[in-house]
Design a protein. Structure first.
Length: 255
């Protein structure tokens, strides 16, 4: 009887462990964006002189930072999203960094692709193929995905509060003369895997580039509408009450 009970306990433990392991391995990654969604980033700060010194005068002539300048914006429009067992990818149209208020015609189309499993990358990763040195988007759950990547010594993942990718790149580590001095990057991502905040700075915490995701959360618009409605309603009631209070004084006759 005792042996039978031990056998059932062992079997139950085995099933529980197998279930947990299967759920961990079955974690599915995807992009947090959808077709026709528009993503806009705004450059809040860009010290072009320092960037010329650190990366050379052609640093913003190509890639994701092409034409970047302080006050400029960049837009993506998602055209298609595809997920399979091997890859997750999306195709998008891009409007490069501009200070114009109207977007006009798109500049080009592009595609971003990741392995469906972050551990499928067989080598240490860095993101030097992005001029920003970090991606502007990751698959979700973003914290788990970047935590599962085999990143080289430049990068450190911090998931304590918000999914954050930190980079610390020494002088001449990308190529001879690039960067010309040590740089640091803090890239924070939202729950859609979208780059929410980007800061590139040098020694002494001097910020050289600052970029932020430019959006109004879905709850802000109705909140603003509600606040405007309350403001006009309260203003109207105030003047109505004031008129009612004044009118009897004008019509009062002393006999």
């Amino acid at each position: 009887m005792k042996q039978k009970s031990s056998f059932f306990n062992f079997l139950l433990s085995f099933l529980i462990i197998s279930f947990i392991a299967s759920n961990v391995n079955a974690t599915s990654y995807r992009f947090g964006v959808y077709e026709n969604q528009e993503l806009v980033w705004r450059c809040k700060l860009c010290n072009q002189g320092e960037m010329d010194n650190i990366f050379g005068i052609d640093w913003n002539e190509d890639g994701i930072l092409k034409n970047l300048s302080q006050g400029s914006r960049m837009k993506w429009k998602i055209n298609s999203v595809n997920v399979n067992e091997s890859f997750i990818k999306f195709n998008f149209s891009i409007w490069e960094w501009t200070r114009k208020s109207l977007w006009g015609v798109k500049d080009n189309d592009s595609e971003i692709m990741f392995f469906s499993n972050p551990r499928d990358y067989s080598h240490e990763l860095n993101f030097t193929y992005y001029s920003s040195l970090v991606p502007f988007i990751f698959p979700i759950p973003v914290g788990e995905y970047i935590g599962g990547l085999n990143l080289n010594k430049w990068y450190d993942v911090d998931n304590r509060v918000l999914p954050t990718l930190n980079a610390e790149i020494g002088k001449d580590e990308i190529s001879p003369g690039v960067p010309s001095l040590e740089i640091k990057i803090i890239a924070i991502y939202n729950d859609q895997g979208i780059l929410n905040s980007y800061k590139l700075y040098t020694a002494g915490n001097v910020v050289i580039i600052e970029i932020s995701f430019d959006f109004l959360p879905f709850y802000v618009i109705p909140t603003l509408i509600g606040l405007i409605f309350v403001f006009f309603l309260s203003t109207t009631l105030y003047f109505v009450k004031k008129r009612k209070a004044i009118r009897p004084e004008k019509n009062f006759i002393v006999k």
